[in-house]
Design a protein around this ligand. Structure first.
Ligand code: PEP
Length: 253
């Protein structure tokens, strides 16, 4: 069975103390994750070690960085490398969130470098893709999102790509309260899996978890996660409220 994942993306929110309390409250719910279920906290860099030690004893709870730099090391003041993240014992990293693509001009080519550096450093990328509203309105979302995948991931061997987590996040649904319908999510996820099938074959495509992101809430998670090609969610706003994120983890099939 494919991994089903609830991933929290805190973005630039929470003080250290608030973050620690948030994780404590979620873990206190004592949700026992099954083998195929995972909960991941993507926290700001300064909180990675704290978050990692919080989840250390918990089965299938994990931690992710929200970004890494696209160079190996060197004179890049203020940046954080994949190797540094790995050295903290962190196993996941969000790559290519639409906010980074938009505000930091991250291109498909830069994201390819980041994916490579993550894999070289034993970090699983949570690779984000998704179309803006004008592309959705023009009806060309499949071509647009398919190209994001092809440009940044399709240089990988089947053996490498099968471990990557993809997060489809339509930009018009992120932080807007406007969720894609489960039919829209399923349609895109199915399309992405078919694009991967074309290149790598069905067994590989069937192993890759594809998360949905964009205003996932406690009251819509079950419906979205029940779609056959939706393998959980990448959650922003609702991951900052412990009671909401607890419900979202519980909604994992
Ligand atoms: C996100 O941060 O990736 C996200 C989907 O945010 P939200 O859940 O707030 O829409």
């Amino acid at each position: 069975m494919r991994k089903k994942i609830a991933a929290a993306n805190w973005k630039m929110n929470c003080t250290f103390q608030q973050g620690e309390k948030l994780i404590d409250e979620i873990l206190e719910a004592n949700i026992e994750l099954k083998d195929h279920q995972h909960a991941i906290f993507a926290v700001p860099y300064p909180y990675l070690l704290m978050a990692r030690s919080e989840v250390e004893e918990e089965r299938n709870y994990d931690v992710a960085a929200q970004n890494c730099y696209h160079k190996k090391s060197g004179a890049y003041t203020g940046e954080v490398s994949a190797e540094m993240i790995h050295s903290l014992g962190v196993r996941y990293c969000v790559i290519g969130h639409s906010e980074r693509r938009e505000y930091f001009q991250e291109t498909n080519e830069i994201l390819m470098e980041k994916v490579n550096l993550c894999l070289e450093n034993y970090i699983i990328p949570i690779f984000c893709c998704g179309e803006p509203l004008n592309i959705r309105e023009a009806g060309t979302q499949n071509e647009y999102v398919g190209k994001q995948l092809k440009d940044s991931l399709f240089h990988l061997s089947a053996d490498k790509i099968k471990d990557i987590i993809i997060a489809y996040e339509p930009i018009w649904a992120i932080g807007t309260g406007k969720t894609a319908t489960s039919a829209q999510a399923q349609e895109m996820h199915h399309f992405l899996r078919s694009v991967i099938t074309e290149k790598y074959g069905e067994p590989v495509a069937n192993e890759i978890s594809i998360l949905y992101g964009g205003s996932v809430k406690a009251n819509n998670a079950s419906e979205l996660f029940a779609c056959p090609d939706v393998d959980g969610g990448l959650v922003g706003g609702a991951s900052l409220v412990s009671t909401d994120f607890i419900e979202i983890i519980k909604a994992l099939p």
